[in-house]
Design a protein around this ligand. Structure first.
Ligand code: ADP
Length: 467
């Protein structure tokens, strides 16, 4: 991170300085070259006018004009020559020939012959070439183009000035860059101090030297990360503790039927002659304990499977049919205890649910209504829905649950009254399974109960499954 930060700051700090310097220098160079070209054009035009007014083309020579042309060439540190319309050099400050004309000015020269002055800047070649038509008036005052004055001026001085400026500013640039680099290194170092502290604390924490990750301060984000990590660790610890508690509960619950069976078997073995009725009685007790053990294991497996999200198969299910089916299955047990089992549906409900799991949850709730009921009591199941949710209400006239116990009944292995638990078989895992299944469907479950009068469980589940 430190390295990336430095590189980023270098890019942000140095590139603009280099770009600004280059833009200013290039602008200055352009302005200087353009001023030189403008001056050359003005001077060339003036001398071309003087040549036109003199009799240079008639006589073939004119010392004053030749002097003026030579002065012009000297001033611009280059050469100047006059070409006539037949492309012949009439005068050249360096005594050249037609090839030179071609080499220097062919396109400009041709344009100038048509009447307009031309300037071409050749920065790479270090020169600026200007071609001006020489217009001569005849006796009838009519103007004719008799030739072209071409001046090739040097740009060396201008380019040298710019190069000097470049060299000078390069020194400044290097100095600025060094200062910027130093500042960047210092800033990055300072900026990274809280990060380094955080890393040290995190390593200590990971090694197990500290129970909690210490807040090193510095940046609000670091404090937030520290808080989030501490929260996550606390959650893991809680999960660990609850897992340990669960394992010890499971062991205890699994041991209880085994201990009973052992006691029953031992007491049979301890007696030399046991009447067959006693054998039958003890064996039926052992069979009951085996059923209990089996129930606990089945419920535990159901709970474990619920944690596996991949085994959640959602499809459109007719909830009315599902409830009818559950009631049909439970009716024989209800009839056994003379309990009335009724269902009322306000509308047909189709919902996206895992049919098998919802079946388990609703069966558990309705079965509890029957199990924890009184002789001649009732269990009423009501189904309703709105545009978002469907609601199942299971109301019984049973023994009820004390208010202080209501918040615990969904915990694993929790059974309200240990004394009635002996008569009514159960594992204390049913409601934990119910709650898990309903939460998997993104639903909720609430319970109201009055001891001695009955309980009502209200289940609410979305019609459409939300992942
Ligand atoms: P169990 O296997 O013991 O029925 P549950 O998890 O289904 O386990 O229920 C936990 C406890 O909540 C039960 O032992 C019982 O005491 C109480 N309980 C559940 N449903 C009812 C109900 N409809 N009426 C009264 N008590 C109930």
């Amino acid at each position: 991170m430190w390295f990336r930060l430095v590189i980023l700051m270098l890019i942000i700090g140095i590139i603009p300085v280099v770009v600004i310097r280059e833009t200013i220098l290039s602008g200055n160079e352009l302005r200087a070259v353009s001023a030189r070209s403008d001056n050359l054009l003005g001077s060339t035009k003036r001398v071309a006018g003087d040549i036109g007014k003199s009799g240079f083309f008639d006589s073939g020579y004119d010392l004053v004009i030749e002097g003026e042309i030579t002065q012009l060439a000297d001033f611009y540190e280059g050469r100047a020559f006059v070409v006539n319309t037949e492309h012949k050099i009439i005068f050249d400050t360096q005594g050249g020939n037609e090839d030179m004309v071609r080499e220097y000015i062919s396109p400009e020269y041709t344009k100038a012959l048509k009447g307009s002055p031309e300037v071409v800047t050749d920065t790479k070649g270090g020169r600026v070439i200007c071609a001006c038509p020489i217009k001569v008036k005849d006796s009838k005052e009519e103007t004719a183009i008799k030739g072209v004055l071409v001046v090739a001026g040097s740009l060396d001085r201008v380019l040298l000035d710019t190069k000097e400026a470049r060299d000078k500013t390069l020194i400044y640039l290097v100095c600025i860059c060094l200062v910027v680099v130093l500042l960047i290194l210092l800033t990055a170092f300072w900026y990274m101090i809280p990060m380094r502290n955080f890393k040290r604390e995190a390593l200590n924490f990971a090694e197990g030297y500290e129970d909690e990750l210490k807040d090193v301060g510095g940046y609000a984000e670091l404090s937030e990360i520290t808080g989030a990590l501490n929260e996550a660790v606390a959650r893991f610890k809680r999960q660990d503790e609850s897992r340990d508690e669960f394992v010890s509960n499971v062991s205890h619950e699994l041991k209880t039927p085994i201990t009973s069976m052992k006691v029953l078997a031992d007491s049979l073995l301890a007696q030399p002659e046991v009447p067959s009725e006693l054998y039958r009685e003890f064996l039926s007790d052992i069979a009951r304990e085996i059923d209990r053990e089996n129930n606990i294991i089945t419920n535990l497996l159901t709970l474990v499977r619920l944690d596996n999200k991949e085994m959640f198969e959602v499809k459109s299910v007719n909830i009315n049919d599902l409830l009818e089916f559950i009631l049909k299955t439970l009716r024989p047990i209800a009839t056994q205890h003379n309990i009335e089992l009724m269902m009322e549906s306000f509308r047909p409900v189709i919902a996206e649910v895992d049919e098998a799991k919802l079946n388990t949850a609703l069966t558990n709730l309705i079965e509890n209504g029957v199990k924890y009921n009184k002789e001649g009591g009732y269990v009423h199941v009501t189904l309703n829905a709105d545009h978002q949710y469907f609601y199942v209400r299971i109301e019984d006239s049973g023994i009820g649950i004390p208010e202080s116990e209501l918040e615990n009944i969904f915990e694993r292995f929790y059974r309200v009254d240990k004394s009635h638990s002996k008569e009514i078989s159960g594992t204390g895992l049913g409601l934990a399974i119910v709650k898990n299944i309903i939460l998997l469907h993104r639903g909720s479950i609430k319970v109201n109960s009055t001891p001695g009068e009955g309980s009502t469980f209200n289940v609410m589940i979305p019609l459409t499954y939300v992942k």
